[in-house]
Design a binder for this molecule. Structure first.
Ligand code: 3PG
Ligand code: MG
Length: 395
């Protein structure tokens, strides 16, 4: 692939600016899911082992160009130190004298974390002066933030043109896993797409029907397809104004030889709450006052049969309201089927997106998948077939 990796770079004694994505969930000052922090550790260890000085550039949340104390990266220092096992210093600014002094004072073996790049408006504007100010603190740039690569910001793209640049370990791993799933996959390829809305996934569905042999559509977005076929959806979430779009996607799939698997039966309830009384009905029999909250057992059998026939699976989005039992049942069963076939060495399975990863964790099978991406928005844009600016800038 067209980018350099860590092994191609001279790191000894160098100041290595590493763009990482440590935009992790925090509750009451505690990191509730350290996955993104854990996944950058190989890159940091390898830079340290090569005698380089890792200086981390990162964003946290969306402060929109202003200093927002609750969005300081300082709160992540303990979690970073725990994950890396290295001493972690922190600088209260990512540019200027404060950053320069912190870099000058770095000790061998230490990691330096610079404050939230998004505290400066130049970050999201990809302002060339701000990119130069960031680059002033480094000799080499390593991008290890695949999950922020859909953003054309100063710390993801601008800086990559100012310093010798390469992909970090996590970035390289993400890119090769995604290539195995859609770029250069073993066929047949099955995609499972769920989630609430068609409107957020139109480009993704259009791209997939040209690339995969079968496509399961589940979750709230399936309701829009059912309605577009003239079926009743009761009080379900449904984008009726997208009926034409849904029909166009179905027609395109047919033209491209992609089999679309829509729900054949549904789990419906009158109320959307945990353990609400639920009933299974055929796909054409959603009662007037009911909501569709999961796909039914016949549909699950269709999906597991599709998994059995596939060599490669790419998955984004739960097929039901998985956070609210019993409407998690289908997503859990599908997750277990994908995991079992992957464990048996007969399926390459790649999943991404916050809800999907949460569902795989809830099913206890995240570790069984071939690859679970750390990315949300970037994973979606990649599934849409888009070139991610942060990746393009490494080329
Ligand atoms: C994410 O959490 O998906 C990334 O860190 C990107 O964050 P953003 O959507 O605020 O750009
Ligand atoms: Mg996000």
């Amino acid at each position: 692939m067209g980018w350099k990796v860590l092994d191609d770079m001279e790191l000894a004694g160098r100041r290595v600016l590493v763009r990482v994505d440590i935009n992790v969930p925090v509750e009451d000052g505690r990191v509730t899911d350290p996955t993104r922090i854990e996944r950058i550790v190989p890159t940091l260890r390898d830079i340290l082992a090569a005698g380089g000085k890792p200086i981390l550039l990162a964003h946290f949340d969306r402060p929109k160009g202003k200093v927002v104390p609750e969005m300081s990266l300082g709160q992540l220092v303990p979690a970073l130190a725990a994950a890396t096992g290295a001493p972690v210093a922190f600088a209260r600014d990512c540019v200027g004298d404060i950053a320069a002094a912190a870099v000058a004072g770095m000790q061998p073996g230490q990691v330096l974390l610079l404050e939230n790049t998004r505290f400066h408006p130049g970050e999201e504007a990809n302002d060339p002066d701000f990119a130069r100010a960031l680059a002033a603190n480094g000799d080499v740039f390593v991008n290890d933030a695949f999950s922020a690569a859909h953003r054309a910001h100063a710390s993801t793209t601008g800086i990559a043109h100012l310093l010798p640049a390469c992909a970090g370990r996590l970035m390289a791993e993400e890119l090769s896993a995604l290539d195995r799933a859609l770029g250069n996959p073993e066929r047949p390829v099955l995609a499972i797409v769920g989630g609430a809305k068609v409107s957020t996934k139109i480009d993704l569905l259009r791209n997939l029907v040209g690339k995969v042999q079968s496509l399961v559509i589940g979750g709230g977005m399936a309701n829009t397809f059912l309605a577009a076929r003239g079926l009743p959806v009761g009080r379900s979430l449904c984008e009726h104004d997208l009926a034409d779009t849904a029909r166009a996607i179905l027609a395109e799939a047919e033209a491209q030889g992609c089999a679309i698997i829509l729900p054949a039966d549904l789990v419906v309830a009158r109320e959307f709450r945990a353990h609400a009384p639920a009933q299974v009905v055929a796909a054409d029999a959603c009662p007037d006052g009911a909501m569709i909250l999961d796909i039914g057992p016949v549909s699950v059998a269709h999906v597991t049969r599709a998994i059995a026939a596939a060599r490669t699976l790419v998955w984004n989005g739960p097929v039901g309201a998985f956070e609210t039992p019993p409407f998690d049942a289908a997503t859990m069963e599908i997750a277990r089927a994908a995991a079992a076939k992957t464990r048996a060495g007969r399926l390459v399975s790649v999943a991404g997106g916050g809800d999907t990863v949460a569902a795989l964790n809830a099913a206890g099978v995240a570790g069984d998948m071939t690859y679970v991406s750390t990315a949300g928005g970037a994973f979606l844009e990649w599934m849409e077939g888009k070139v991610l600016p942060g990746v393009a800038a490494l080329g």
